[in-house]
Design a binder for this molecule. Structure first.
Ligand code: 5AD
Ligand code: SF4
Length: 457
């Protein structure tokens, strides 16, 4: 049987799709490279905002014709929205064959093989599930995701994640280090460590800062990135590792959410704006080349114009390289949905959102344009999807850079002189190759049966 997985949502879900495909491959399932080829289509879903769920429900409707054309075709919904909607998803979309939450992926081969008339729903939490012993199927290449943590122990009032992904569990450090060594032996050299609040990682004496240093020091690892940390517990030790370890990316995604302390309190973010600024100050002091990005929510319950203006000013003052900006979307199960009033009119939310998008767009463009004329070090990660003559990579501070590939190969460190920039990309030409990599074969996600749904965040 051939399986196609379509991924929605965050990087954690991208990594989970590789995990699911690995579990299915180990059981004899093969990758489908297109919808037509698939016997099983799995949507790995997101629930973080209503828009994400609406988009996935729309996608499910679009899949009806495939089901009519191919009577045996199975359609499954897994991931965060599967856990969120559970049984009610089957009522909403009658032709869905199975629904599986984030802790139920080991059961997928059996669920698919024992196909029943009635849809199966498996959304129970398993507080101990870490998928130990499961090997994700990753597209061959330079970059690899490594999940080091599942679930989340924070209680941000707006957020559905703890309610769909369960409590925090950390993968033992020894397993993480083994996996990274194995990845290096397969040709991967850029590792992104993933966790919902990655810096709360703890395994015995090994905290996140120590783990990050250990991963960065593994022979053959050229670049380590991580996402997403929480400002609480963003320690001096971690700042020191980022500043001093040459193979750790000089880049931090540090979600602010709001610059108003009243809003931060209502959100139960457990830090103040001043505390957050102190982390940014230290990061920039200890590591002047650092790039910082953020997440912002406008229009959360009770947000006054004054609260909003503080956030807007913070965006201007902090000069983030980029930012993911959202209007608050009430999620059932969340604390806010149960105890607070979603009282900001949609027009106000959308106006605030449009304003900050406009402001950030200009800042990002200025930040990226400040590199024009400069030479930067770039690790080559693959080729441009639009034009295979162009190589694509990232700078040490995680700026995507495009240039005519010339002699550069995947895995190489090269020097690129920047000629132009958009608000998201640097464009230039390669001036020299700094260090040869091992030029692994580059596969597209679809080669392993995973395709990307529209990205949400
Ligand atoms: N509404 C809008 N944005 C949200 N996020 C999380 N929950 C919500 C919500 N209910 C945003 C936060 C988080 C990012 C992943 O998504 O900014 O950091
Ligand atoms: Fe990722 Fe959260 Fe969306 Fe789940 S709900 S896919 S954890 S962003």
């Amino acid at each position: 049987m051939k399986v196609l997985i379509e991924t929605y949502g965050c990087q954690m879900n991208t990594a989970d799709s590789e995990l699911i495909m690995g579990i299915l491959n180990a059981d004899g399932f093969e990758a489908a490279h297109s919808l037509d080829e698939a016997d099983v289509i799995i949507l790995n879903t997101c629930a973080v905002r209503e828009k994400a769920e609406a988009r996935i429900l729309g996608r499910l409707t679009n899949l009806v014709p495939f089901k009519k054309l191919k009577p045996g075709l199975m359609i499954g919904v897994v991931g965060c929205m599967a856990k969120h909607l559970g049984e009610s998803l089957i009522e909403k979309v009658r032709y869905v064959d199975f629904v599986a939450g984030p802790d139920q992926y080991r059961n997928l081969p059996a669920i698919i093989k024992n196909k029943r008339k009635k849809a199966e729903v498996h959304v129970e939490f398993d507080r101990s599930e870490l998928y130990t012993g499961c090997t994700p199927t990753r597209p061959k290449g330079v970059t690899a995701w490594v999940s080091i943590q599942r679930g989340c122990n924070y209680v941000c009032t707006y957020c559905i994640v703890p309610h769909v992904r369960g409590v925090e569990r950390n993968v033992p450090a020894i397993d993480i280090l083994d996996e990274v060594r194995r990845l290096v032996s397969q040709g991967f050299s850029v590792i992104t460590l993933l966790g919902q609040t990655v810096n709360s990682y703890q395994d015995g004496d090994i905290n996140f800062a120590k783990l990050l240093r250990m991963v960065a020091q593994i022979e053959g690892v050229e670049q380590v990135r991580f996402t997403s940390p929480h400002p609480l517990g963003f320690s001096d030790e971690l700042i020191d590792v980022i500043a001093t370890e040459p193979h750790v990316a000089k880049f931090v995604h540090l979600p602010l959410q709001s610059a108003s302390n009243d809003q931060l309190k209502a959100m139960r973010r457990v830090y103040t704006f001043e505390g957050y600024l102190e982390i940014v100050r230290k990061l920039r002091e200890k590591c002047p080349e650092i790039a910082i990005s953020t997440d912002i929510i406008v229009g959360f319950c009770g947000e006054t114009e004054e609260d909003y203006l503080k956030t807007r000013q913070a965006l201007i003052d902090n000069r983030y390289a980029f930012a993911f900006l959202f209007a608050y979307s009430e999620r059932s199960l969340s604390i806010a949905a149960r105890t607070m009033k979603d009282d900001i009119p949609n027009e106000v939310k959308q106006r605030r959102l449009a304003e900050i998008i406009d402001i950030q767009q200009k800042i990002s463009k200025e930040v990226y344009e400040s590199f024009v004329g400069k030479r930067v070090e770039v690790i080559v990660e693959g080729y441009s999807r639009r034009d295979a003559e162009n190589a694509v990579g990232n700078t040490r501070d995680f700026k995507t850079t495009i240039f005519p590939k010339g002699d550069a190969e995947p895995g190489d460190w090269v020097e690129v002189e920047i000629e132009s920039a958009t608000s998201q990309t640097l464009v230039g030409h390669c001036t020299r190759i700094l260090k040869k990599g091992r030029a692994p074969v580059i596969e597209a996600q679809l080669d392993v049966g995973i395709s990307l749904g529209p990205t949400e965040n």
